[in-house]
Design a protein around this ligand. Structure first.
Ligand SMILES: Nc1ncnc2c1ncn2[C@@H]1O[C@H](COP(=O)(O)OP(=O)(O)OP(=O)(O)O)[C@@H](O)[C@H]1O
Ligand SMILES: [Mg+2]
Length: 199
């Protein structure tokens, strides 16, 4: 029962087409996975199941010990335990907020907007995550003015803010140049070796 993720024969069917076709996938504590596949293969759809935003048409999905759609499973209790960084998330974030605010507001719920009423402890945490992702010099920059790579790193810091038990990154390297990819892979590798980092 200590599985982080346990998908058994999961299919997602839309308009008679299986976007995800009988996928079984088990993630144990401490494991790091990379999903590879061409455009349209169903990677984002699968991550939407893994993050509890999409229920399988067939099969069963257990996330952090909770069965999706099961009796006693409340997705609104489950979601804060999962960190998700992807394009869909980036589009929901206010462009005018600074980098620090963008990361900090994650501590107050997905849709929270900025107000001055924050905890200095949270600010220190936000700064520490941004530092680990090399975003120290960008704290006061507006989110909307960041380059693709800077935005990706900000989103990862943001996803870590709630101390998630499961961290899902959709296309973290898309839009990055070769140096940017290598830099991101190096930083993710360092985070993965951190004993306190989520799977
Ligand atoms: N709600 C939906 N209704 C119908 N088709 C959908 C829906 N959502 C996604 N699809 C289709 O499902 C397929 C898989 O989409 P998905 O976004 O999971 O692919 P992906 O592997 O993440 O691709 P990419 O590499 O381009 O991000 C695509 O062909 C997409 O058009
Ligand atoms: Mg995708």
């Amino acid at each position: 029962m200590s599985d982080v993720l346990e998908l058994v024969d999961v299919s997602v069917v839309r308009d008679g087409r299986a976007l995800v076709d009988e996928v079984s996938w088990s993630v144990k504590e401490g494991e790091r996975w990379v999903i590879l596949g061409p455009n349209g293969a169903g990677k984002t759809t699968l991550l939407n199941v893994a993050s509890s935003y999409l229920f399988p048409t067939k099969g069963t999905a257990r996330i952090l010990g909770e069965q999706l759609g099961g009796v006693g499973t409340d997705v609104f209790e489950l979601r804060p335990r999962i960190g998700m960084a992807g394009i869909a998330m980036a589009e929901k974030l206010p462009k005018r907020q600074t980098v620090l605010q963008t990361v900090l507001t994650a501590a107050y719920g997905m849709t929270a907007t900025w107000n001055e009423d924050y905890d200095p402890v949270d600010e220190e945490r936000a700064k520490a995550f941004l530092d680990r992702l090399g975003m120290n010099d960008y704290l006061d920059r507006r989110f909307g003015t960041l380059s693709e790579g800077e935005r990706k790193r900000t989103l990862i810091a943001r996803a870590m803010m709630t101390d998630p038990e499961l961290l899902l990154l959709d296309e973290p390297a898309a839009g990055l140049d070769l140096g940017g990819r290598e830099d991101l892979v190096r930083r993710l590798g360092r985070l993965a070796r951190d004993p306190y980092a989520p799977p």
